[in-house]
Design a binder for this molecule. Structure first.
Ligand code: S3P
Length: 184
């Protein structure tokens, strides 16, 4: 009969506690590049990518504008909160929606499970990027002033993120900064 070689005492008796790896949560207003940059970071870090908007569309089996039009914003928000824990999967990169962080329970969960990074852009640049957007229910048919007000209401929450990066650069440059910040 043979026995496995004895391990050194230090290895044999040390309990292995590994804290779950934090996810990387990308936050910021619509048009800040969360999905494109997030996909790039995940690809370069070889980790899973979770796009919360895409998860919502998948679960609802319809597009986000359809969810808003047929079920209303409240139903969209409850789906968003329900799927958030899955998006923040340990070790993954998560691109959240522009409004996800405004719910306090969502924000608490994000802070517990992730390293949050605000992709920061001036409202001028945001408007250049999304002003004509037809597929964003909170922009389509709204005046610039209304969207600017929404941005200003959200900004203090975005600024609570653990880190901020200047998002007014190429996705590749933003991704490089994020990879340097996030231990993965
Ligand atoms: C929203 C932003 C959208 C999407 C939905 C609501 C918001 O996501 O979740 O239209 O409240 O700002 P993006 O920030 O990815 O455009």
């Amino acid at each position: 009969m043979s026995f496995p070689a004895a391990r050194p005492a230090s290895q044999a008796s040390e309990p292995i506690f590994r804290a779950p790896k934090k996810s990387l949560a990308l936050i910021g207003f619509m048009g800040s590049g969360k999905s494109v940059v997030g996909a790039l970071v995940a690809y370069r870090a070889r980790v899973p990518f979770r796009d919360l908007d895409f998860m919502i569309e998948n679960e609802a089996a319809m597009s986000i504008p359809e969810v808003f039009a047929r079920r209303g914003e409240a139903a969209f928000r409850s789906l968003e909160s329900r799927l958030l824990p899955d998006a923040l999967q340990s070790g993954a990169v998560a691109a959240l929606g522009g409004g996800t962080v405004m719910d306090d329970a969502n924000w608490q969960l994000i802070q517990q499970r992730s390293m949050s990074v605000y992709l920061e852009l001036s409202f001028e640049t945001i408007w250049e990027r999304i002003g004509r957007s037809e597929n964003r229910p909170l922009v389509a048919g709204r005046l610039r002033r209304e969207v600017a007000d929404l941005f200003e209401r959200r900004r203090p929450r975005y600024e609570e993120a653990a880190y901020r990066v200047d998002a007014d650069r190429s996705p590749d440059e933003v991704a490089t900064d994020l990879l340097a910040l996030w231990p993965g």
